[in-house]
Design a protein around this ligand. Structure first.
Ligand code: NAD
Length: 433
């Protein structure tokens, strides 16, 4: 089929590239002309395992195109995906201005009957709004059917997830439009769950809120474990053996970040508030997450009360491994706090350094390797559980002024640290000194 994808961020680009890989002819559209020029040359603006190779392959095979011209992009499209951002407004609600603009663009340029698929995460009722914006502004006598198809990919494994996802959710008022989208996705071989539009919109928020709840829950348990001398890793493993609980998303740490959980939890609190419902549990989840991000500095200050002028290594800047995404990364909060107390921060991340430089500028020093970052430092903080960090030769920590590690992601076994005489404080596990 001929498909247009509007927005070429993590979701739009992965969607466009994956759809082209299963045989569709895809035109990706973005208002960022610089990005479009890059992608036309086969250069991916984001890091995502497997994305770049698949993108180049499908450009070369004539199935994948990029343009900043909506009219041109919509010309032959039978299906248009909306994958633009829905960032957080100051009050926590979702900013729908980008989605609404795309609805107007579709109304201006659609010249054939089209199924419009909303991939962006949007509050319940938004697809009805998109439908009415399009219907009110249509330039040509065509039929546009808007459906909800929320995205569940995980940054860091987004391409893998497109082909191996747990489910594709389709929310539609039209059986025909839903079947079209089911058919488009068939080669992925991912199970399809069909429902009405509002339920599909809610499935997305409820899923993210539930996952965030699991994280905040285990983080609370980890804080209690620390005080009682229990080991949260064993606790989580023991809990996870119960199939009703499951063993995923029970890793204690310094909280969730990224472009989705923080904004989607707050948006759902707003969505509930709009219908006079106080989502108390989710408010607690958000509060716990904010508190948890302060944990490392708390532990560091306990060990080194006067941090002024100390050199501290920070390993990992991306909000999670295998991505260069820095949005709402814990590293932003932690480095800011360190800088405020006069610390000299030396940071290293395997992939996110360029994005980090754009945000943190010269407030921190940037190292080219784990070794360079930790060498001569007074303490090392671990913020992202990259394999490169997990698998580092422990001997490198001997080049620190004093081997003190505060690990926000529980990357190392306690025995390993004990055997190497490293002072090691992690999350929810006994300290090694
Ligand atoms: P992003 O910010 O990375 O990308 C959005 C892109 O849309 C940008 O490139 C921007 O230039 C472009 N854009 C904005 N207005 C446009 C317009 N009128 N026409 C064409 N392009 C336009 O966003 P993202 O992370 O890909 O997220 C997109 C949506 O998907 C959001 O609603 C998000 O909540 C949801 N989502 C994201 C993820 C994720 O892991 N990033 C996962 C699931 C769902």
């Amino acid at each position: 089929m001929n498909v247009a994808v509007v927005g070429t961020g993590y979701v739009g680009l992965v969607t466009g590239v994956s759809l082209s890989d299963i045989g569709h002819t895809v035109t990706c559209i973005d208002i960022d002309n610089e990005k479009i020029l890059k992608m036309q040359q086969g250069i991916s603006p984001i890091y995502e395992p497997g994305l770049s190779g698949m993108m180049i392959k499908n450009i070369n095979e004539g199935r994948l195109y990029f343009t900043s011209d909506h009219k041109q992009g919509f010309e032959s499209a039978e299906v248009i995906y909306i994958a633009v951002g829905t960032p957080e407004r100051e009050d926590g609600s979702a900013n729908l201005s980008f989605v609404e603009q795309v609805a107007k663009d579709i109304a201006s340029h659609a010249i054939r009957d089209t199924v419009v698929v909303t991939k962006s995460t949007v509050p319940v009722g938004t697809n009805d709004k998109i439908q009415s914006i399009i219907d009110k502004n249509l330039m040509y006598p065509v039929n546009i059917e808007v459906i909800s198809n929320p995205e569940f990919l995980k940054e860091g494994s987004a391409i893998y997830d497109s082909f191996n996802g747990d489910r594709i959710v389709i929310g539609s008022n039209s059986e025909e439009a839903a079947s079209t989208i089911e058919e488009i996705n068939k080669p992925f071989g991912v199970p399809v769950f069909k429902t009405d539009i509002k339920s599909a919109e809610m499935i997305k928020y409820a899923s993210n809120a539930f996952l965030a709840t699991k994280i905040s829950f285990i983080n609370e348990i980890s804080n209690i474990c620390e005080r009682l001398g229990a080991n949260v890793e064993d606790v989580a493993n023991g809990m996870g053996l119960d199939k009703r609980i499951g063993d995923k998303f029970l890793n204690a740490g310094i909280g969730y970040g990224g472009s989705c959980f923080p904004k989607d939890t707050k948006a759902l609190i707003q969505i509930a508030g709009n219908v006079e419902y106080d989502f108390e549990l989710l408010k607690g989840v958000v509060r716990v997450n904010q508190k948890q991000q302060g944990l490392l500095l708390e532990k560091l200050s306990e060990r080194i009360p006067d941090l002024k002028g100390k050199r501290i290594a920070v390993l990992g800047l991306a909000f999670k491994p295998n991505t260069d995404d820095m949005r709402e990364a814990a590293s932003l909060v932690v480095t800011e706090e360190l800088i405020n107390v006069g610390v000299e921060v030396v940071a290293y991340d395997p992939i996110a350094m360029d994005n980090a430089r754009r945000i943190l500028n010269d407030k921190v020093q940037y190292a080219d390797s784990v070794e360079e970052a930790v060498s001569g430092s007074d303490a090392t903080l671990i913020l992202t559980e990259w394999d490169e960090v997990r698998n580092v030769n422990i001997g490198v920590f001997k080049s620190m002024n004093y081997p003190l590690i505060i690990d926000g992601r529980n990357c190392f076994a306690l025995e390993q640290m004990k055997d190497n005489n490293i002072e090691y404080h992690s999350v929810g596990r006994p300290s090694v000194s």
